[in-house]
Design a protein. Structure first.
Length: 146
């Protein structure tokens, strides 16, 4: 069964790291009742969105897999293209000996891309309203135009 995947970015949680100047906020996937990593997860959202968009762009070049890594922890989502725009997602925690798949979902790759790009656009709009800009924001804007 194909499931709807949402990427939630809580704009009200945006903050700028005093050490690095990187932008952080709460970011997580929501599939039905499940969330990953969890609904309070904070990460370097601008940076990881750039990584994710670059990863998804590999599908245009014939790749059948992608990995959406979180920066602040050993967590990632592994995607396997199953044909006809269907992708199997494994929500995974890295372990020393063997990675642990926490749960799986099957979704439409187009819907996954839409939710990631929509969340990135909304975040960029919010950052512009607040006058927040750095090299990572500029890179994300460029990646979104491709």
């Amino acid at each position: 069964m194909v499931q709807k995947v949402d990427l939630i970015i809580e704009n009200n949680s945006i903050e700028v790291s005093s050490m690095s100047g990187n932008i952080l906020c709460k970011v997580y996937f929501c599939i039905g009742e499940k969330t990953f990593p969890d609904n309070g997860w904070s990460d370097f959202t601008v940076i990881i969105l750039g990584w994710w968009i670059e990863e998804l762009s590999k599908l245009k070049n014939g790749s059948k897999t992608f990995s959406l890594s979180f920066m602040d922890g050993p967590l990632y989502v592994k995607g396997f293209l199953k044909g006809n725009d269907i992708v199997e997602l494994e929500f995974t925690r890295e372990r020393q000996n063997k990675d642990e798949v926490i749960f799986c979902a099957v979704c439409d790759i187009k819907q996954l891309k839409v939710t990631i790009y929509r969340a990135a656009r909304e975040l960029i709009n919010e950052l512009e309203k607040r006058g927040l800009d750095n090299k990572d924001v500029r890179k994300l804007k460029i990646l979104m135009q491709k």
